[in-house]
Ligand binder design. Structure first.
Ligand code: SAH
Length: 467
């Protein structure tokens, strides 16, 4: 991804002094995440443009990911959007590539430091999850920017997949170079709202420094800090200490701890879900099990503890999840007899698959809500008509319970990847219909604390083949 900064300031050759980079040179630099290149695609009497192009090495990112997660995140996201989007790596490159400009230094022409210049900036593939175009405007407009925003489609070949969370953004403003770079340095990761992979505490300190001059008067100050801090993991507390405004500090600490409590509750519920499903599978006498949408293999890990289950197949549409499952199960170091019991396969529940036939039971824990409603019918046929195990266990959130969770997303779903969530009656109707169509009997059970008129957080349907 590329960041380009243009100006019509005269003489245009000043841009070379401002950024301390010779306009005739194409320069490449190594940094922690790969390489970045700086060059001038345009320099004439009317306009000068300098570009910062990131060339991120996906393997290097995985190493950074590993080193930055205290719990030793297993394999890192080998497949992710990081090499292709504007993220905190862009901030690192800005700080390194334009280090004197961002500090407000210009040896040859010091008068340029405090000169407000007409800038036009273009950022490609800027992610803005949970906020979109409105958030981009809310962040930049109060700082005096005029914006042109274009949202990217998810895939040009498949327009029906809809729009993505990535934007091409053009910004116009007249301000000093230091101001411009400090805004970009901070607001790109704020919009990206993903984990930060800064290399050291120093980076955090620099970042806080860059924000303090303008952040205190920004109407979205709280949101900027919240989005920025939320993913700083172990460095959060250190970064918090650097923020002088105690009011925000207390407020933010509180929000973060509320989130922790909710996250813990969700984690406990997930363990309960898995244990309930394991109990039901034991009770049924099933020996061969399909874990469809197995994710990181949490269910498989529990099933392995019981000799009754002699063949456990986990399938997921995400290769990355399967890699995590392999790691979680310690697959490579398992004794051969244990290895033989496990089979991890890459596949989708929406395509008929011979590999899924002949099993005693199938479990789909918190999976159906990840499918588009329009693809649900295909999943039903794949599972109930073709794979046709004797027992099928499906769990899904009870939408009515969402009001109980604190700090849910504004879209009112429990997970950003959920395509739908059902009330108890919606799930019941669906399971009755399925049972009729495919000759199963079904029963519904609650999982987790039950509340009057609302129900439990999770609902589980158990389908048994035949009458
Ligand atoms: N069952 C796991 C994971 C739940 S998250 C657990 O309880 O821990 C939902 C999982 O469904 C994700 O791993 C996702 O990759 C997977 N998934 C989503 N759509 C799928 C599809 N069409 N086919 C198979 N798996 C799918």
């Amino acid at each position: 991804m590329i960041l380009s900064i243009s100006t019509s300031h005269k003489p245009t050759s000043d841009l070379g002094y401002i950024f301390h980079k010779h306009p005739d040179k194409f320069q490449s630099f190594n940094f922690s995440a790969g390489k970045y290149h700086i060059f001038y695609p345009e320099l004439n009497n009317d306009k000068a443009t300098i570009c910062l192009l990131l060339d991120i090495d996906p393997i290097e990112i995985v190493k950074i990911l590993r080193n930055n997660t205290p719990d030793g995140f297993p394999l890192g996201d080998y497949v992710n959007d990081r090499p292709y989007v504007a993220s905190s790596f862009m901030s690192v490159a800005i700080a390194k590539g334009f280090s004197s400009a961002i500090k407000g230094k210009c040896k040859e022409k010091p008068e340029l430091v405090n000169t407000k210049l007409p800038f036009e900036v273009f950022i490609t593939s800027l992610p803005s999850p949970k906020g979109g175009e409105i958030l981009i405007r809310k962040l930049f407009e109060p700082l005096g920017y005029q914006l042109e925003i274009e949202r990217q489609t998810l895939d040009l070949k498949f327009p029906e997949w809809g729009m993505s969370k990535y934007y091409n953004v053009k910004l116009k403003n007249t301000l000093t170079t230091k101001e411009l770079l400090s805004h970009l340095y901070l607001l790109i990761p704020v919009l990206d709202f993903d984990k930060h992979y800064f290399i050291s505490d120093d980076e955090i300190e620099k970042l806080i420094d860059k924000g303090t001059t303008w952040l205190n008067i920004h109407p979205e100050k709280e949101q900027i800090i919240r989005r920025y801090l939320i993913n700083l993991n172990s460095l959060t507390s250190k970064a918090l200490e650097r923020i002088s405004d105690n009011e925000i500090l207390n407020n933010e600490t509180e929000k973060i701890s509320i989130k922790d409590v909710t996250e813990q509750k969700k984690e406990t519920l997930h363990i309960k879900r898995i244990n309930t499903v394991v109990d039901k599978l034991i009770e049924s006498g099933a020996k061969t099990i399909l874990d469809l949408g197995c994710g990181e293999g949490k269910l498989i890990k529990q099933l392995l503890k019981h000799k009754q289950f002699n063949k456990i197949t986990g399938m997921d549409v995400s290769y990355n999840e399967l890699l995590k499952a392999k790691e979680r199960l310690n697959y490579n170091d398992l004794p051969p007899k244990q290895k033989e019991r496990i089979n991890l396969i890459h596949g989708s529940l929406t395509y008929r698959d011979k590999r899924l036939e002949g099993y005693d039971a199938a479990a789909l824990i918190e999976v159906i809500e990840h499918l588009e409603l329009s693809r649900l019918k295909s999943m039903e046929r794949v599972l109930f008509e073709f794979a046709k195990p004797k027992l099928i266990i499906i769990t899904t959130p009870n939408k009515e319970y969402n009001s109980i969770w604190e700090k849910l997303d504004s879209i009112d779903m429990r997970h950003k990847d959920h395509r739908f969530e059902w009330t108890r009656s919606e799930f019941l109707n669906w399971s009755i219909n399925i049972s009729k169509t495919y000759n199963y009997n079904s029963e519904i059970f609650p999982i987790g604390e039950e509340i009057e008129n609302i129900g439990a957080p999770t609902q589980m349907a158990i389908f048994k083949y035949g009458n």
